[in-house]
Design a protein around this ligand. Structure first.
Ligand SMILES: NC(=O)c1ccc[n+]([C@@H]2O[C@H](COP(=O)([O-])OP(=O)(O)OC[C@H]3O[C@@H](n4cnc5c(N)ncnc54)[C@H](O)[C@@H]3O)[C@@H](O)[C@H]2O)c1
Length: 358
């Protein structure tokens, strides 16, 4: 049994409580040992539920010799300053998505981690461990769809008013999700950063140009509640995102309950569609496990559950223990962020934006 990587948790709100705490309890190579949140009752109730010492003091996490790494689960515009402090204290850093709200901030965190000799990882990349994503990667590698010509992401949620002041659980009363400065963006940056990572990972393609239009139609917030994005990839392939957070009839967290519904990759020899519970794949080629010239359904029992996060933390800890590169360094998070910041700039100027952004 390997020694566990000991995590200090910074920010004990919704994601820390409903997901990360449970995930770390299930990990083989990682565990939570201490937590902090500036809000007294949030720290106290976390300690009561997860039985680790929690306080309102960042120093309790960063000065503890028992902490090897931190997970930063706070409002988006606070990620980088906290990450830099953790790096300077010699702690490895996992940062919730998006890693930052500006590229300057993202660079500052990456640089601080390099200077301190610690590892930094951006958590949206955990989608690569979802069974459907992992299988899609194998199928693409096996030639199931040929050359990628286009990608499509569609998703609609109907987030209730209460979401904007308390997330889905109401655990923390807050307004950061409404604020462009604090969140960096609405539905696109908040929820679809997983999807841009997934597409970059699956296709191996980087984005070369972005055009977008967005607006806020039905929500009293500064950020967008609908956005349409067009992409041109480096190989010439096309891509679109259509995402909304105020779609009547949609469920509160997304169409049919998952945000990944609607991911589709079109290739010269086939298509891969991400459905609720698995993949739908068409291929003209002969590929093991697929019918040729027909659609094949590949259902997965656990398509979008927490197991991918368990794998994420365990693989991060294994890489640290063995001194090997982590699967998802923060440089990947920076690339995801850049695509969406380009979309927001394009939406403001109504002009296409080339990447890398000037
Ligand atoms: N809620 C979700 O379903 C979900 C899912 C995936 C990822 N995330 C990401 O997790 C992060 C946190 O989101 P959340 O939904 O848990 O938000 P939240 O508002 O519920 O919790 C954030 C917590 O951070 C604390 N905090 C604020 N400033 C802080 C500081 N300077 N130092 C330490 N703690 C501070 C707040 O008191 C609050 O308890 C975000 O990056 C979000 O995108 C959330």
């Amino acid at each position: 049994m390997p020694a566990k990587l000991r995590f200090g948790l910074i920010g004990l709100g919704e994601i820390a409580y409903k997901s990360t705490g449970h995930v770390l309890e299930r990990c083989v190579r990682a565990e939570a040992v201490v937590g902090m949140d500036p809000v007294d009752h949030i720290a106290a109730s976390y300690q009561a539920r997860f039985e680790i010492p929690c306080s309102t003091s960042l120093a309790d996490v960063l000065s503890s010799p028992d902490v090897d790494a931190v997970v930063i689960s706070t409002p988006h515009n606070t990620h980088v300053a906290l990450g830099i402090r953790a790096a300077e204290a010699g702690k490895h850093v996992i940062v919730e998505k998006p890693m930052a709200t500006t590229l300057e901030d993202a660079d500052a965190l990456i640089m601080a981690c390099r200077m301190a000799g610690v590892v930094c990882s951006s958590k949206e990349g955990s989608v690569r461990y979802q069974p459907a994503t992992a299988r899609a990667k194998e199928l693409i590698k096996a030639g199931a769809i040929g050359e990628v010509m286009a990608t499509q992401v569609f998703g609609a949620a109907n987030k209730p008013d209460s979401y904007w002041t308390g997330g889905y659980s109401g655990r923390v009363q807050t307004t950061w999700r409404k604020s462009k400065t604090e969140s960096g963006g609405g539905i696109l940056l908040m929820n679809y950063i997983y999807d841009i990572y997934r597409l970059r990972y699956l296709t191996g393609l980087e984005v070369a140009r972005v055009f977008a239009e967005y607006d806020t139609y039905r929500t009293a917030v500064e950020v967008e509640d609908f956005i349409a994005v067009t992409l041109r990839y480096m190989n010439g392939a096309l891509g679109t995102f259509m995402a909304g957070s105020s779609a009547p009839g949609a469920s509160k967290s997304g169409v049919r309950g998952t945000r990944a519904v609607g991911n589709r990759i079109f290739g010269t020899a086939g298509q891969i569609v991400f459905e609720d519970r698995g993949l739908l794949v068409y291929t003209d080629n002969e590929v093991e496990g697929l019918k040729t010239g027909e659609w094949t359904e590949l259902p997965f029992a656990e398509a979008f559950g927490d197991q991918s996060y368990v794998t994420y933390f365990d693989r991060f800890a294994k890489a640290i223990a063995e001194g090997t590169p982590v699967d998802i360094p923060c440089e990947e998070g920076r690339k995801d962020l850049e695509v969406f910041l380009a979309a927001y700039r394009s939406g403001e100027t109504h002009l296409p934006v080339d990447l890398p952004m000037a």
